[in-house]
Design a protein around this ligand. Sequence first.
Ligand SMILES: [Zn+2]
Length: 308
Amino acid sequence: MFKSRRKFLAYLGAAGIPVTLGTGSLFLGSMKLEAHQTKVATPRPETPPPTLITNTYKAPELDIHNWDWQIADNLAVAKKTNRERPADLILHDHRIKTLKSTVSRLKRLQNHIGYGNFNIIGWDQSLKLAKRQSSIGAFEKAELDLIEEVFSSDADNMGFYGEKVVTQISSTIPRKEIKKIPGTGHYLFKGSSIKMYDKIRKDIGDDIVLTSGIRSVVKQVYLFLNKATQVGGNLSTASYSLAPPGHSFHAIGDFDVGKVNFGRRNFTAEFANTDEFKKLADLGYIDIRYPENNPFGVRYEPWHIKVV
Ligand SMILES: [Zn+2]
C-alpha cells in the first residue's frame, strides 16, 4: 500500500500516530516514547513492520437468528464501510492480557462500590480505593499505561469523529450538581437534564425510564475497554458502538431512555419500533445525537437523548 517506508511514516505522522524508530514497536499516545522519538534522526532500515494497525479488518458474518449486541455492532460496522475509514487500531497481542486484567479490576471496583456509585466515580478516587481494598488490588503500571494511552489518543484514528468533551482523566462530577433517579441506579445533572427527563415521563408515562445517565470517565473507560475485549482488542470496532473515553456526552448531560421491561433490546434498533419511541418522536424529543448515517462514525442510537 505504501511505496516507501518514508511515505508510510509520513502517513502515520499525518494520522497523529506517534512512532518509535529503532525498536520496531508502535504505540498510541505514549508521552515517554514521543520524547524518545525526537532523539532519533533516521529510521533503521531493518525495523520490522508495525503490528498495531492493520488494514485487514473483516466484518463477521451476520446471523439474523442470533440478534444481540454483537450483531447490532456488526451491522453498524457494515454500514460504516461506506465512509473512507482509517486502518483499524488494534492492540498488540501482548497487551490483550493487560486489557483483560484492567477490565476485571474495574469490574471488581464496580462490585465493591456498587453500580450506582460506579457511574459517577472519579479517577483519583478509583486509584485510591483499588490500592486500599485487597479485593480490588492496586492498578498495575501496564494497566495504567493502557488506560492513559486510550484516553489521550486521538479518536479520529479509531474512525470516531465526535468531539472530546472531557479532556482531563482526573475530572470529577460534583455531587452537588447531580441527583440520583430512584429505581434506576443512574444519576442526572440538576437543571436541563432532569427537567427534560421529568417532562418526558410526564408526556409519555411511566413506561419510559432512564437506562443510562451520567457516566464518569472511569465508567466510560470500563465500558469501552470491556467492549474492546469482546472484539479482540480492536479499538476501532469498539468505537462504533461506544464513544471512546472522554468523548461521551453522558459525562456532561445527555442520557438514554428505554421502555420498561424491554431489557437489552432498549439498546438495539428494536427500540425505534416501540410505541414509546414513536411518542418521543411525535412530541419532538428526538433530536438524536447520532442519527442514521451520521458523519461521526457512531452507530444510530434512537435511545439517546441529547441535552447539551
Ligand atoms: Zn447514550
